[in-house]
Design a protein around this ligand. Structure first.
Ligand SMILES: [Zn+2]
Length: 405
């Protein structure tokens, strides 16, 4: 490159940098949630305190929340779409998602999912709200000024649907009791394109960056995995305090688990009384890797497969970090749950321990979880880069890579 061209490029770069500094912003959230789960009724109550920072230069007259569980009701948009796809034949077979089909239409009252808002306040003042199926619209009594912070306090109750798409209870394949993704009222993202109150029909996700502090009260026999660090590991035991420990005994009917995750845009958890937990701490101050799966007493191969998840992940991590960047969080959990493989911050829910899916979902930590792209609108940004990275990592793991770890 010639000197004049370098100068011109430098000027252009500086211009772009200064332009970026004055116009780029992102909203921020800080959630504190207290959840009380009833494993007999499959319902829970929740208290949510949400500090919401409007870092945009725009005054907000309303806000929106996602209420994803409301998709799991007969005649919902997700149900209608699935049934419509069932009428379309591709290679003589219905084009619907085999995990959804007409299952939503057949859910009974105690099998549907819902999220109901009991009360909602902003800075102590009750707020009016309207349901639009999976979206809650809140027309604020007072606008949120540009570059200011407010506090929302919400009480809600929810019923966990029979395992539907991604989340739910009593998975028909794995038997996992609770796969709790998209389970809490979640503030929609507001960015340079405006609000993203995307209804939950089939698409993936987009969320606001921030910190999550989540306390879950649940039957004492249940074991939990999820996003974030378990803050009361010494009280819980079960491999969270030290490898191989049992769940600590308690006289109480319920036990409390508190997870904290920082710089993330979603929070997932799962619960099952028959879970087993393996953990491995990466040397040199790296993250702790967890493998949490449904224990089968008559199948030792199942244990070795879930143990291999950890050794494979540990072998791949230096290669991944060298080629795609450092993993910045203190832990990552490979958890049996959900209905296939799906990525969440610091965790994935997997139906089984297949390494292809293990690598794929973990690499979503780099492509979507750390970049926070809008999966609903630009699926190629996360699926494209993740699939490319998965291919390279698989080749490395199989000793067929030209790249070095
Ligand atoms: Zn993917």
């Amino acid at each position: 490159m010639k000197k004049s061209a370098i100068f011109l490029s430098a000027v252009l770069c500086l211009h772009v940098i200064s332009f970026a500094q004055v116009t780029r912003w992102q909203q921020a959230v800080k959630y504190n949630m207290n959840i009380d789960m009833n494993v007999q009724t499959n319902r829970f109550t929740g208290k949510q305190r949400l500090e919401y920072s409007n870092n945009s230069p725009v005054v907000l007259n309303k806000v929106f929340y996602h209420l994803y569980f409301n998709a799991f009701q007969p005649n919902s948009s997700m149900d209608a779409r699935s049934q419509e796809l069932g009428k379309v034949l591709v290679s003589n077979r219905p084009d619907w998602d085999g995990r959804v089909k007409d299952r939503i239409a057949n859910l009974k009252e105690d099998e549907i999912g819902y999220q109901k808002i009991i009360s909602l306040k902003m800075n102590g003042v009750p707020q009016p709200f309207k349901y639009h199926e999976t979206i809650l619209e809140v027309n604020l009594t007072k606008p949120i000024a540009a570059r200011s912070k407010v506090v929302f306090e919400m009480e809600f109750e929810a019923q966990v649907p029979l395992q539907g798409r991604r989340s739910g209870r009593d998975n028909p394949t794995t038997g996992v009791r609770y796969s709790m993704s998209q389970w809490y009222p979640k503030m929609c993202e507001y960015d340079y394109e405006g609000w993203h109150p995307t209804p939950y029909v089939a698409r993936e996700f987009y969320g606001v960056w921030g910190n999550f502090d989540v306390t879950i009260r649940i039957d004492k026999d249940y074991k939990l995995g999820g996003t974030g660090l378990l803050m009361n590991a010494a009280e819980i035991g079960w491999g969270y305090d030290a490898p191989g420990t049992e769940l600590k005994p308690t006289n109480k009917a319920k036990r409390t688990w508190r997870f904290v995750g920082e710089n993330i845009h979603d929070f997932v958890w799962t619960a099952d009384p028959d879970y087993k937990h393996l953990a491995y701490k990466m040397p040199g101050g790296g993250p702790t890797l967890h493998s949490i799966y449904k224990y089968k007493s008559n199948n030792p191969k199942n244990d070795s497969a879930w143990a291999t998840v950890l050794t494979a992940a540990a072998k791949a991590l230096p290669f991944i970090e060298k080629n795609f960047g450092k993993y910045p969080y203190p832990q990552y959990s490979f958890i049996q749950g959900g209905d296939g493989g799906m990525e969440y911050p610091m965790a994935t829910l997997l139906v089984g321990p297949g390494l292809g899916t293990v690598f794929h979902e973990w690499l979503h930590s780099w492509y979507q979880m750390m970049l926070g792209t809008n999966e609903s609108m630009y699926a190629w940004m996360d699926e494209g880069f993740t699939s490319y990275a998965e291919d390279l990592v698989t080749k490395f793991y199989d000793n067929k890579s030209a790249l070095q770890g």
